[in-house]
Write a new protein. Structure first.
Length: 256
């Protein structure tokens, strides 16, 4: 990056923090250097600095993140406005429908879970706050993409690989355009096995004062116990009501 205000050392330090993720929670110096494309000496200096600041711990061989990094997530959620009131709304969705409900935001080509109340585990991998999933494979991702302008969406589509995860994943760009257009028209998104066969979800957007989608709320279930028509008839009214209430909590306008 050649921009005069760009601080390369800060960017590299943040990359070191970001390389600790699921499957790589504890790493040696060599592993961190390899994952960040840094020399061992440079990676060592960053790691020792982060240890001094309290964001990373070490036993002399392995390095790992400390709970201090959670400060960033809690501060983000506070800034975003997601407090106990919003959580209680999501909890009510789960209690009413007997299914897990979550809230997520869009971050480039992924969604990031910012709240979740789990009833039964339906995905093979656990989903928790902070989990990232490919946006094109999820109903929350698609409903947030539908909230983009045409130009924003086309730029997103141009730079994003629609990777196949199951036979139901939409990987054809023109087909994906049609899917997003349908979601814009309907005001909600359904994903049927796009990420994992046998898992279905339905999502609606949460809008700000300017009627722009800033987050999404969903309900996820198993296809074996809930039909697509049941999701629309039973889940959708509850979701729209929850989205309206969360919008009010965030100080924004009603959904519709």
């Amino acid at each position: 990056m050649s921009e005069p205000d760009f601080v390369n050392s800060l960017a590299r330090g943040l990359n070191v923090l970001g390389c600790f993720e699921k499957g790589h929670q504890k790493m040696t110096l060599t592993q961190v250097a390899a994952r960040t494309d840094l020399t061992r000496g440079t990676a060592r200096r960053f790691l020792l600095t982060l240890c001094t600041l309290g964001f990373v711990a070490s036993d002399g061989k392995f390095f790992w993140l400390t709970p201090k990094v959670l400060k960033f997530s809690s501060d983000y959620l506070s800034t975003f406005g997601l407090g106990e009131a919003a959580y209680s709304i999501i909890q009510k969705v789960t209690d009413t429908l007997g299914e897990s409900s979550s809230m997520a935001v869009l971050d480039n080509d992924e969604i990031v879970y910012v709240a979740r109340v789990e009833k039964d585990r339906v995905y093979s991998n656990s989903i928790e706050v902070g989990t990232r999933l490919p946006a094109h494979t999820t109903s929350m991702g698609m409903v947030l993409l539908a909230g983009m302008s045409d130009d924003e969406f086309e730029r997103w589509l141009e730079k994003t690989e629609l990777k196949e995860y199951t036979d139901n994943t939409i990987t054809d760009r023109e087909k994906f355009r049609r899917k997003i257009a349908e979601i814009r028209k309907n005001g909600f998104a359904i994903n049927d096995g796009g990420l994992e066969i046998g898992v279905r979800s339905i999502s609606v957007p949460i809008l700000d004062r300017d009627q722009k989608a800033i987050a999404a709320i969903n309900v996820v279930t198993l296809s074996a116990r809930t039909s697509l028509s049941q999701m629309e008839k039973k889940f959708l009214p509850v979701l729209f009501d929850a989205a309206r209430k969360i919008s009010m909590v965030l100080g924004s306008a009603n959904i519709r």
